[in-house]
Design a protein. Sequence first.
Length: 153
Amino acid sequence: MPKIDIAKLRVYDGTDYPEPFRRVVAGRARKRLGDAAGLDQFGVNITTLKPGAASALRHWHHKEDEFVYILAGEVVLIEDDGETVLKPGDAAGFKANVRNGHHLVNKSTREAVYLEIGSRFKHERAEYPDVDLVAIGDEQGDRYTHKDGTPYS
């Protein structure tokens, strides 16, 4: 496998979240290292969070494990039980089907950079405990619905 030229990878700074949830991740930028390597069993991203940005809405996955490793800066891991500061060299993991909503928020005044690694399943569901949102992946593709199953337009 050839070396991945990270500097030349496309930066993804958008989100698929429906309105009004998009603003939470404004300031998040990802480079998809796993895609660049042709991986399909798990994803690997190098993610940058600007001050005030969040990694995602607080969520948990039914089937997918997640792992983060902080490379630079400082983020706050927010979970059901509270907040934990993560600095370079710190890591956190999130086991599938553990109903502990989590996300990272950059509450500092400088950018934070971390690796995020997660399994990939075609059939998946992610729950967002703080808002009326569910992410679903299946034969119909990826989409967001309200908790009652009504799709977002």
